[in-house]
Write a protein that binds this ligand. Structure first.
Ligand code: PD2
Ligand code: ZN
Length: 280
């Protein structure tokens, strides 16, 4: 097949298959058998049947979600090499604010390492594959490789213990620097199941299922992490972090969040995104 287009007839056929009781994976298999490109087929499924059609976990995915041990709600959690404070925990959506997750020296060490490699942040391109500079995200950023340095590796091991999620299910740490006026407008961190580039992104460990934003400094004013659906503002405080998880790539998770404009001083954060399976 050359130019493959998602027509109303195709969507109707998918709906019929689904009504007849075929699982989305079998419909996908039938489409691949007829010569459809996998990315387009998955997009057509997502568009017709909704996000749940593309929720299939990759082979070897860890069941459940990252989640710290909070059953006793002790004020401190043992994260292996550090006792981490629990400052706030919301069940639905799951949002937890941690205190003292990183020491001042660790924050300064990450800023020092990342500072030399910053470039204007990009987001997934709106209509095509790849990434692009976006007015909604006016920070500068960079990515570390997983376990790129001893410091990064030590922190990633701590996060794996704290969140009870394997280290190799995490993307490399992303560091962002916001100058005064910079912001990150509200968005979801999961990959949009209807976006053209999502099928290829999902090959590297499946969907994102949780986010941890760690604050590497305390801006003088502004820069809180906001959750508009639930009216929550998290103050950026050096060494603290906000964690949230999402069990499906859908707005009903209420995980819309953003970085409000920095009013005075700079804001530095390190973000760890966790995937369903091994991130390659
Ligand atoms: O810097 C933040 O507060 C922030 C807000 C929203 C970071 C992210 N998203 C992110 O890194 O995904
Ligand atoms: Zn985000």
């Amino acid at each position: 097949m050359s130019q493959q287009v998602i027509t109303p007839e195709l969507c109707e056929w998918i709906t019929e298959q689904s009504r007849a009781g075929h699982a989305s994976e079998s419909i996908l298999a039938a489409m691949l058998g007829s010569g459809w490109d996998e990315a387009i087929a998955r997009q057509a499924l997502a568009r017709t049947l909704g996000q749940s059609a593309t929720l299939t976990a990759p082979p070897g995915a860890t069941p459940g979600l990252p989640e710290p041990e909070l059953t006793r709600f002790a004020p401190l959690i043992d994260a292996g090499d550090r006792q981490v404070k629990v400052l706030m925990a919301l069940r639905q959506p799951r949002v937890i604010v941690f205190g003292d997750l990183l020491s001042d020296e660790e924050c300064d060490g990450i800023v020092e390492l990342a500072g030399k490699r910053l470039a204007r942040s990009e987001t997934v391109a709106t209509g095509s594959e790849g990434s692009e500079v976006n007015a909604a995200r006016t920070s500068d950023g960079m990515f570390f490789e997983r376990c790129e340095t001893e410091l990064i590796c030590k922190i990633e091991s701590r996060l794996a213990t704290l969140l009870r999620w394997p280290l190799d299910h995490g993307e490399g740490l992303q560091v962002l620097r916001y100058s005064p006026g910079a912001e990150y407008q509200p968005h979801y961190d999961y990959f949009d199941p209807g976006h053209v580039s999502t099928p290829s992104i999902l090959k590297r460990g499946g969907q994102r299922v949780a986010t941890l934003v760690m604050y590497l400094n305390t801006p003088t004013a502004g820069g809180s992490t906001i959750f508009p659906d639930i009216g929550l503002d998290v103050a950026p405080v050096k060494g603290n972090a906000v964690f949230f998880s999402y069990d499906r790539p859908h707005p009903s998770t209420q995980t819309l969040h953003g970085g409000s404009p920095v009013l005075e001083g700079e804001k530095w954060v390190a973000t760890k995104w966790l995937r369903q399976g091994v991130f390659t």
